[in-house]
Ligand binder design. Structure first.
Ligand code: ARG
Length: 461
């Protein structure tokens, strides 16, 4: 049989393959709340403009509320013949209220309808992600405040470089998530234009009021070009880009947790509730949540690639390829939300083994730069020369298998006569971090200031 929505010009209905490849209802039913909301705004505007009678507006609006109530209780029925959420909803509305339902689609196309629904969905997703990131930042800031003085090795090339504080390390991630949130807000502001009223591609001849639907749906302004409005998916790509960048940050943090939870590092014990065991090795406690956060980052980025590839060759305006926009966005959002929640749980529940961190910082000649800096300061030696002298001291200590501050003053004086007893103070990890009090440095006093700033920004006071 011909399709009931568009079958007028067809002699035969679609084949089973056509029905299957065409149906988006299995995934776009996730848009039902947005679809109902946008339809109510649209029909109210049609009424206010005298395009649809007040009685029909009321019937349609009540009907849409009934459909929504049904969806709420029983979910959205998946009828492939009706293709998508827009037609499934209109069909149910017709069953409930009869012919008046046919007036809802006046001055509208599924092209501006889907652009509007999807944008509303992405805008909500973006707000949820932002809220999740705020919680994660709070967890980081809380733990950073507890560990402003806890010393650990800082690494470059994953080789011990200089001592840092754990609070400083955690606050580095606070900064990354701060930028992620700002990217989300940029994307939100850019996408906040209402496509509804662009109709199929060219606008409409009906005397619609685009500002009315725009305001009802909380957009900042109506879009200015109907061709662009129905074929623009930048908003989804902006979200996926921000999501990918955020997932990348989560992945780096997850990698550090995996590394730190390993026996050779032993810097952290992850909460039991976010770890798993081995079915064969009884001693195992595996950081699976962290590994999956690391893994999910790849999938989120894959979703971004997927939509970029969908969009790259499409002529104006709408093409059905664009129906493939939703699965990657839905998938990426779900993966990201889980990753943020799991990371927040791991950070909030981690037991940091500060004794192990400190002793690791005391190995590996992490204060060699402090010796060189001391020579510059106290001996007025050019930094390059001081670097060389310090290198000789590290070489000697290494050959004896001892720490820098275990070298005797005679050993040090033999390397350079300008060294005296005062140098030992500079060689402790505590004085090393305390000295790095430049703005944004690792000194506990600096970390406390940054934590206080962050608490204010996050409204934690
Ligand atoms: N299900 C479609 C989508 O998600 C809705 C738009 C259909 N428009 C059309 N002209 N066939 O893209």
């Amino acid at each position: 049989a011909a399709n009931q929505m568009w079958g007028g010009r067809f002699a035969e209905g679609p084949s089973a393959i056509m029905r299957e490849i065409n149906a988006s209802i299995p995934f776009d039913k996730a848009l039902w709340r947005q679809d109902i909301r946008a339809s109510k705004a649209h029909v109210a505007m049609l009424g206010a403009q005298g395009i649809v009678s007040a009685a029909d507006v009321e019937t349609i609006t009540d009907g849409l509320d009934k459909v929504a109530a049904e969806y709420e209780v029983s979910g959205v029925p998946e009828n492939w013949d009706l293709e998508d959420i827009h037609m499934v909803t209109e069909d149910r509305l017709t069953q409930l209220i009869g012919a008046a339902a046919g007036r809802l689609h006046t001055a509208r196309s599924r092209n501006d309808q889907v652009a509007t629904d999807f944008k509303l969905w992405v805008r909500d997703a973006l707000d949820q992600t932002d809220a999740g990131l705020a919680l994660l930042q709070k967890a980081l800031v809380t733990r950073a405040g507890e560990h402003a003085d806890s010393i650990m090795p800082g690494f470059t090339h994953l080789q011990t470089a200089q001592p840092v504080t754990l609070g400083h390390h955690l606050m580095a991630y606070y900064e990354m998530f701060r930028r992620d949130r700002s990217r989300l807000m940029d994307a939100r502001a850019r996408m906040n234009e209402c496509p509804l009223g662009s109709a199929a591609l060219a606008g409409t001849g009906f005397p619609i009021d685009r500002n009315a639907t725009c305001d009802a749906l909380d957009f900042a302004k109506p879009t200015d070009n109907s061709l662009d409005a129905v074929s623009d998916r930048d908003f989804a790509l902006d979200y996926l880009q921000a999501a990918s960048q955020c997932a990348l940050h989560l992945s780096r943090l997850a990698e550090e947790l995996v590394l730190w939870a390993s026996q050779p590092f032993g810097f952290v014990r992850l909460p039991d509730t976010l770890s798993t065991g081995s079915s064969i090795m009884p001693q195992k406690k595996n950081p699976d949540a962290a590994e999956l956060v690391r893994g999910h980052a790849g999938r989120v980025t894959g979703c971004l690639m997927s939509l970029m590839m969908t969009m790259k060759g499409l002529p104006l305006a709408y093409s059905k390829d664009m129906q493939d926009d939703k699965p990657p966005v839905f998938e990426a959002h779900g993966l990201l939300a889980l990753s943020i929640a799991a990371t927040e749980g791991m950070i909030a529940g981690a037991t940091f083994r500060t004794d192990r961190m400190r002793s690791a910082a005391e190995q590996g000649y992490a204060t060699a730069t402090d010796l060189a800096d001391w020579l510059v300061r106290e001996g007025d030696i050019p930094f390059r020369e001081a670097h060389h002298i310090t290198g000789a001291a590290v070489k000697l200590a290494e050959s004896r298998g001892i720490a820098l501050d275990a070298l005797t003053i005679e050993d040090l004086k033999a390397i350079d006569a300008r060294i005296d007893e005062r140098v030992y103070k500079a060689l402790s990890v505590d004085s090393s971090v305390a000295a790095r009090a430049s703005h944004g440095g690792t000194a506990p006093a600096q970390v406390r200031m940054r934590v206080a700033d962050a608490r204010r920004v996050l409204g934690m006071e």
